[in-house]
Design a binder for this molecule. Structure first.
Ligand code: CUO
Length: 716
């Protein structure tokens, strides 16, 4: 076993049944770092080690910060929106990041004082964060979060069915076949909001959200992470895109667009019953029946739950101060320095302020609006814990997107950004054109071969269902010698490609950025959207650079090359059996240019099975497809980066549009969401008018047709 393979297997081993005491696999040796003593089986010093022999045996690590880590007890739920929980989690990230080598870090993680004593959610959070953030561990993969914590994705019924079936099989001594449990969505269609369960409970969507918050922590000193470039703006844009995508699904299901939750003294009508449990069913995630109203939060520090106290009036006050800043056009730092909210950095400044992160201009004054909103909503059923209830799903970034209220809360948060965007001048004709480049047309083509005798239909995308098998046994809180798998139905689309006709009337070849967006044309009642409405529904599908030679060109692009998506993650078993594909160079950067997208992603990225919205049955739902050409020379951030991409070795680049590139600049100088991030001039009421003076833009109408059956993808 190579060193890399050993590290990979150690990671998988550490992430198995994290709520149970650690059980090292017989063939995986964890060597002790020098300050760790062998008190548990599996933790042994290396053969021939020159390290001092351990005496006296100590089973407690001498790391004072561990006390802080353990303030969130094992078995309790964890919220990355809760300041005290975050402090505990980041303390462990720091311990892991400070280990001299990856091997030391993994050995440290295996120590019973950490692996068996630290809160299991914090353990997974911190080890995952450290593995992404450390330069020397970037070839190593973590298993999918739904396999580590099936309890955050699969209702309790799935767990009990699995347990019953395992017991029956053991009785009959027929323990050979994997147990497959169908995962149906958690509620009936009698409640209209439940029509969207396939979106809200999707494994890939929730996993993306967890990874996003993992790589963009709310607070972090440089020993955890360098402040990511345009982090606050990305907070705005990634969540705005979630809303645009959710609205497209709502319209396809006959529902109105999501409404902002800003009237905090009014009852919340959307109920949510998560039916999720952890710790052998002992800890459940609280439900929220319809009609609850936000209350002041006053949770005492009681040993099992860290205290937190604030008033809904505080949220009101922070909202007022933030709106004041937006309309004044500046924020004031704690030291009195005025920071103007300009068109270059204003969105970023506001993002850090609203979220709020440690890079907020003044957290004392502008508060912690978005994070505390999550906390207020997740404790709405028991705001002082007088009933000793646990939090609801809004408290955890792994589960928050399951709740309809998540979208209403983020619609409110987005409305703050939109109010700021409305203060900026509309884009000028010059900003929206590109001299010498005409985009003549765009078409999408299905990859599926046409039926004999029929012609290939263009501008039609087919969606349907796909079955994926996921493994649960290493995340269940009972041990099973039988593989336990769940069959999950999720949305999928047939692969397609774009064909863009471009004329370059200059005399030289040009590197062009193609920006592709998609938006519904009509609302749920069939009323066409005005451009002011439609711009907020624009979903980024792709952004890529292609060279365009003088004269006529046809640029082709495959749907699965999208700059917003990543493929379905590998399972525990895949990771165990696959040799790590890319060897490490010093510093941890893979030495080969990976051609397989799977070898180079960090878990952040919209799931590619949800690249396009579901649409409606035959004849399909009409959408506007929008393609804009801009100049790579002007838009590129790093002068040395070429269109063919020197940066292909960088981690997370596959889904850079929503996740940035780790440890690098966001790879586009334009504001995120350009050209739809600002309201147009008042005279522009239609999309046609918006693009009429821009030959470098083309739009076309396509249809997305949903077929309620399992479909094939037809990758190219
Ligand atoms: Cu992602 Cu509120 O920021 O959940």
């Amino acid at each position: 076993m190579s060193d890399l393979q050993l590290r990979q297997r150690q990671i998988l081993n550490l992430f198995e049944r994290v709520a149970q005491p650690f059980s090292p696999k017989p063939d995986i040796v964890f060597e002790l770092p020098e300050f760790v003593f062998p008190s548990e089986p599996g933790l042994v010093p290396p053969a021939g080690s020159t390290r001092p022999s351990p005496s006296p045996p100590a089973d407690v690590l001498n790391i004072p910060e561990l006390e802080l880590v353990k303030t969130v007890p094992r078995g309790r739920l964890f919220s990355s929106f809760h300041p005290a929980h975050r402090a505990a989690a980041y303390a462990l990230v720091r311990i892991f990041k400070n280990a001299p080598t990856v091997a030391d870090m993994l050995n440290l993680a295996a120590h019973p004082d950490i692996r068996d004593q630290v809160n299991e959610h914090i353990f997974v959070f911190a080890l995952s964060a450290a593995l992404i953030q450390r330069q020397d561990s970037r070839s190593l993969r973590t298993p999918p979060i739904w396999e580590i914590f099936p309890g955050k994705f699969f209702e309790t019924r799935v767990r009990s069915e699995a347990q019953t079936t395992v017991q029956q099989q053991l009785k009959q001594s027929s323990v050979t076949k994997p147990i497959i449990i169908d995962k149906n969505f958690a509620a009936t269609d009698r409640v209209v909001e439940n029509k969207l369960s396939y979106f809200r409970e999707d494994l890939g969507i929730n996993s993306h959200h967890w990874h996003w918050h993992l790589i963009f922590p709310v607070e972090a000193t440089a020993d955890i992470v360098n402040p990511p470039d345009r982090r606050g703006e990305l907070f705005y844009y990634m969540h705005q895109q979630i809303l645009a995508r959710y609205d497209a699904e709502r319209i396809a299901n006959g529902l109105a667009r999501v409404t902002s939750y800003h009237d905090w003294d009014q009852p919340i009508l959307e109920a949510y019953f998560p039916k999720l449990t952890t710790a052998n069913g002992a800890i459940h995630w609280a439900s929220r029946p319809s009609g609850l109203v936000l209350k002041d939060i006053n949770i005492p520090d009681e040993g099992v739950e860290l205290g937190i106290e604030f008033h809904i009036d505080d949220l009101e006050l922070w909202r007022t101060r933030i709106l004041h800043a937006i309309h004044k056009g500046s924020v004031v730092k704690g030291n009195g320095q005025v920071v103007h909210l300009d068109d270059k950095t204003g969105t970023n400044t506001l993002g850090e302020l609203i979220e709020a992160s440690q890079w907020s201009a003044d957290k004392l004054f502008y508060g912690d609006l978005h994070n505390f909103g999550h906390i207020a909503m997740c404790y709405i059923h028991d705001p002082d814990r007088s009933h000793s209830e646990n939090m609801g799903v809004m408290g955890d970034s792994v589960t928050a997107m399951r709740d309809p209220l998540f979208y209403r809360w983020h619609k409110f948060i987005d409305s703050l950004f939109q109010q700021f965007k409305a203060t900026l001048s509309p884009y000028t004709a010059q900003q929206l054109t590109l001299e010498g480049i005409t985009v003549n047309s765009v078409e999408v083509h299905r990859n599926q071969p046409p039926a004999p005798g029929s012609t290939r239909q263009k501008n039609l995308i087919i969606t349907g269902w796909q079955e994926s098998i996921v493994e649960l046994d290493r995340g269940l809180d009972f041990s099973s010698s039988t593989p336990v798998q769940a069959r999950v139905m999720h949305l999928q689309h047939e692969d397609f490609s774009y064909r863009i006709k471009v004329t370059n009337s200059t005399k030289t070849s040009q590197d062009i950025v193609f920006r592709i967006f998609l938006a519904p044309i009509k609302d749920h009642s069939g009323r066409p959207f005005s451009f002011r409405e439609q711009r907020l529904l624009m979903i980024e599908l792709d952004k890529f650079v292609a060279r365009v030679t003088p004269g006529a060109n046809v640029v082709k692009r495959k749907s699965d090359d999208s700059s917003v998506t990543i493929p379905f993650e590998r399972t525990f078993r895949d990771l165990e059996t696959a040799a790590p594909a890319v060897p490490l160079a010093p510093g941890g950067v893979p030495t080969n240019l990976p051609t397989d997208r799977r070898t180079n992603f960090c878990g952040c990225g919209w799931p590619d099975h949800f690249l396009v919205p579901r649409g409606v049955p035959n004849p399909g739902m009409p959408f506007t497809l929008f393609v804009m050409a801009t100049s790579w020379k002007e838009d590129r951030v790093n002068e040395t980066t070429t269109a063919t991409g020197d940066d292909t070795k960088k981690l997370c680049r596959n889904a850079a549009s929503y996740c940035g590139i780790l440890d690098d600049k966001y790879p586009d100088k334009r504001p995120m969401g350009f050209p739809f991030d600002r309201p147009p001039d008042k005279s522009i009421t239609t999309l046609a008018k918006f693009v009429e003076k821009s030959p470098n833009i083309t739009t076309t109408e396509i249809r997305i047709q949903f077929e309620d059956r399992v479909i094939r993808r037809f990758p190219q």
